[in-house]
Design a binder for this molecule. Structure first.
Ligand code: DGL
Length: 280
């Protein structure tokens, strides 16, 4: 069933679309559902092509467009790009092509980091592509940040999380490998610049120490979504009886990880086809 089967949707009935390269964006979906529980959500994890973080700009933009088109076909009223890599490269292109509000992760996390830092010693971790884009530096500087930003790409974190490995000795070793420099740099704030990383937060916090404030985009993004949806477009009732979760390839751990992240045992995950192949 898609928006065509539902007939013309009023704004209050339409769902909010959310996508990521895999299951990381579920950390954002969880927060959206907490803050806007009356809404219905359609989530897409592009598991066939994850990780996005090792791809180049053109590919990331193409993938983000295809994910968005899949969700637009549902007649969504808002799109949340729950992926920092896609937000870094594709948000402007997506906004230029769409009449509905499109929210990305970068500004939300940068704003929050500026609110919590006391010393201005901020670090950011993300995928290779996100760190190379310097999107966080630009967003922080736009908001008046004048210090040097400590950045580090952590490409092994996404595959670990996609495999459901969020703690234990191997994760601790990899966290140590990536974050030792940060411990020496005496940071007071660390931005988790990838929506998969909140699932490693306990290990990261343990390694850096309780005094380091860890910032994720999800809470700020959910708040922004609420403020952007004026009263008249908030859902009262929806023809979608429940949220829908889609992935682009069967991924053994997705369903159990989704149930763990969303705290729900009754999830059904469906397959989505993207791009030209999906069109009649
Ligand atoms: N969760 C994603 C992000 O926030 C994607 C990571 C990836 O696919 O490399 O960047």
């Amino acid at each position: 069933m898609n928006s065509k089967d539902l007939g013309p949707l009023s704004h209050t009935e339409a769902a909010i679309g959310v996508f990521d390269s895999g299951l990381g964006g579920l950390t954002v979906l969880k927060e959206l559902k907490l803050r806007l529980p009356q809404e219905r959500y359609i989530y897409l994890g592009d598991t066939a092509r994850t990780p996005y973080g090792s791809k180049g700009r053109e590919t990331i933009i193409r993938f983000a467009r295809e994910c968005s088109e899949f969700l637009f076909d549902w007649g969504i009223k808002m799109l949340v790009v729950a992926c920092n890599t896609a937000s870094s490269y594709a948000i402007e292109a997506l906004r230029a092509e769409s009449p509905i509000p499109i929210l990305g992760t970068i500004d939300a996390a940068a704003r929050q980091a500026l609110q919590v830092t006391r010393t201005g010693k901020i670090g950011v971790i993300g995928t290779d592509a996100t760190i190379a884009s310097r999107a966080f530096e630009k967003a922080l500087q736009r908001d008046g940040f004048k210090h040097a930003l400590h950045s580090k790409a952590c490409p092994l974190f996404v595959p670990l999380v996609e495999q459901g490995m969020c703690e234990g000795e191997i994760v601790e070793k990899i966290v140590e490998l990536y974050l030792s420099d940060f411990r020496r740099a005496d940071l007071d704030t660390l931005i988790l610049g990838c929506t998969h990383y909140p699932l490693l937060k306990n290990v990261i916090q343990e390694f850096l120490g309780a005094e380091v404030r860890i910032v994720e985009c999800s809470a700020a993004l959910a708040e922004e979504a609420g403020s952007l949806l004026p009263e008249y477009v908030l859902s009262k009732t929806s023809p979608l009886k429940k949220d829908r979760l889609f992935i682009t390839d069967d991924t053994p751990k997705f369903e159990s990880m989704a149930a763990f992240i969303l705290g729900s045992s009754k999830l059904s995950v469906e397959r989505a086809m993207l791009g030209e192949g999906a069109r009649p």
